[in-house]
Write a protein that binds this ligand. Structure first.
Ligand SMILES: Nc1ncnc2c1ncn2[C@@H]1O[C@H](COP(=O)(O)OP(=O)(O)OP(=O)(O)O)[C@@H](O)[C@H]1O
Length: 500
């Protein structure tokens, strides 16, 4: 047996000491003082940052939301059963974020980025913080490409550009979700990635929406991020930010993204619940003072990037629900002032059969006009004024029977326009169909048709022109302009259709 010499032992010890890794990790550990209603108060993690993720003993994650003198207020991303006084909490030193990647397209996920559609794990390419600073002024460019909704009343009068934020507002059951859904369906083959964020909705409504998307083949380019009404308020609160983080991943690759937040009223309610539980002072309608910032910092992240940054965009369609058509209450006025326009849906119009129930007088699009195609601009020239005149005249002439011919003609034209703007669900119209419809309406082609038969007539004439004179539609789509020759050709075709 060979004995180890003292020198050997010393040299081994020396080597050990020299190679010892001194980068010992120091971990801050705190303990729970109080827990309840999805909120935990923690003592001992003094250096935690606002928005940092902390992990509890039982694996549940939380996010730091309140930093007080001796304690930290934290919202829980899961059930609080199993967390009690004294439960240990560790810091992660990481801000809340979600995994992102192309694999998410076509999937249904929750606010933490975990799949909920039972189709297995999603491979992540990156990890992005849910709260990100909005692009600065120099990083942006103005809106210049249209985002076509396929809905005639919107594309003609309230056009939306890629990078714009257009609010959809109205009472309950007025077709708000349907407009967003139709817009997503219309993006097929247009290279736009859609992200639908459902906040505080019934799981059954979301399931119905997903099956509609699937039915129309729209799930292939859509991500659905769900935080249903039964989930903790904390998850509902982070859902739109998490969705935007995913959108930003694609935007910074130069892609165009459409974000739908359905809806921000429920988001504000979830935030109000958290704030009250965190004992922040309530303000108007019991919302906390920073409820404006809640939505402005979210919607500012939608933008059109300049070419050096790839030219990608995020277009936002936030949805807000009003009570009894009151647009002047707290959350609606806030979001109206943040966005670049709103599409106002009215119950009375909806119940009168006007669907989509867009109120032409109260809706507006502030920047989309710059992105509207020349063809659409020319074709939709006077439609808003014609409709406004019609509505005014309709009120005045309600009780009088002997009207002069000019008034009668204007009334008939107004009725025709209202009828043409009706559109069933999931029946988007392409650019050339919309332009041809408006061109025919401007030239009073529909005025001689019985009002009840207008939709049928419109369908017939559009099909006829597409079949017999496909060049017209092709040229409008190709050149995106409506020349005088094209108008002439459309009128010729209309004459031929009439004389069949
Ligand atoms: N253009 C349309 N044509 C026919 N029906 C429509 C149209 N738009 C909406 N609807 C119908 O109106 C109902 C309400 O629509 P939707 O769910 O989109 O409204 P909402 O305002 O989002 O409702 P909620 O208050 O539940 O969020 C649905 O049953 C839908 O099928």
């Amino acid at each position: 047996m060979s004995a180890i010499s003292a020198a050997d032992i010393i040299s081994i010890l020396k080597e050990e000491v020299e190679n010892y890794n001194w980068d010992a990790e120091e971990q801050e550990v705190g303990s729970v003082i109080w827990v309840g209603d999805g909120i935990a108060t923690i003592y001992g993690i003094d250096h935690a940052m606002y928005g940092e993720i902390v992990i509890f003993d039982n694996g549940i994650k939380g996010m730091v939301q309140d930093i007080r003198r001796n304690e930290i207020g934290c919202i829980l991303f899961g059930s609080d059963t199993g967390i009690k006084e004294g439960t240990k909490v560790i810091r992660t030193k990481k801000k809340a974020g979600i995994p992102v990647g192309e694999g998410y397209i076509g999937r249904i996920i929750n606010a933490l980025g975990e799949p909920v559609d039972g189709k297995g794990e999603i491979p992540a390419k990156d990890y992005r913080p849910i709260e990100e600073e909005a692009p600065g002024i120099t990083q942006r460019r103005s809106v210049n490409t249209p985002l076509e909704t396929g809905i005639l009343s919107i594309d003609s009068m309230f056009p939306i550009g890629r990078g714009q934020r257009e609010l959809i507002i109205g009472d309950r059951q007025t077709g708000k979700t349907s407009i967003a859904l139709d817009t997503i369906i219309n993006q097929r083959g247009k290279g736009v990635i859609c992200i639908y964020v459902a906040i505080g909705q019934k799981a059954s409504s979301v399931a119905k929406l997903v099956s509609t998307l699937e039915h129309h083949g729209a799930l292939d380019y859509t991500i659905v991020l769900v935080s249903t009404a039964s989930e903790p308020a904390s998850l509902q609160y982070i859902a739109p930010y998490a969705g935007t983080a995913l959108g930003e991943y694609f935007m910074y690759q130069g892609k165009d993204v459409l974000m739908v937040y359905d809806d921000l009223s429920k988001h504000a309610v979830a935030y109000r619940a958290l704030s009250l539980l965190l004992e922040r002072p309530p303000g108007r309608e019991a919302y906390p003072g920073d409820v404006f910032y809640l939505h402005s910092r979210l919607l500012e992240r939608s933008s059109r990037l300049n070419d050096e940054l790839g030219g990608g965009s995020i277009t936002a369609l936030p949805i807000v629900e009003t009570q009894a058509g009151d647009v002047s209450s707290y959350i609606p006025t806030n979001v109206i002032s943040i966005t670049d326009g709103q599409i106002f849906l009215e119950s009375d119009l909806f119940f009168a059969g006007m669907r989509p129930a867009v109120n032409v007088g109260l809706s507006v699009s502030r920047v989309g006009g710059a992105a509207q195609t020349k063809a659409m601009k020319k074709a939709s020239g006077s439609i808003r004024i014609d409709l406004a005149q019609y509505r005014e005249m309709e009120v005045f002439t309600q009780f009088s029977s002997d009207l002069d011919d000019n008034t009668k003609r204007q009334l008939q034209h107004g009725k025709v326009l209202m009828e043409l703007l009706k559109q069933p669900l999931a029946h988007p119209l392409s650019l050339h169909e919309q332009v041809m419809t408006l061109c025919l309406a401007n030239n009073r082609i529909f005025d001689s048709v019985e009002v009840k038969k207008i939709k049928e007539y419109q369908k017939g004439i559009l099909e006829f022109i597409d079949r017999k004179f496909p060049k017209i539609g092709f040229e409008i789509e190709e050149k995106k302009a409506l020349t005088d020759e094209l108008i002439e050709q459309i009128m010729e075709a209309a004459k031929e259709y009439k004389s069949r």
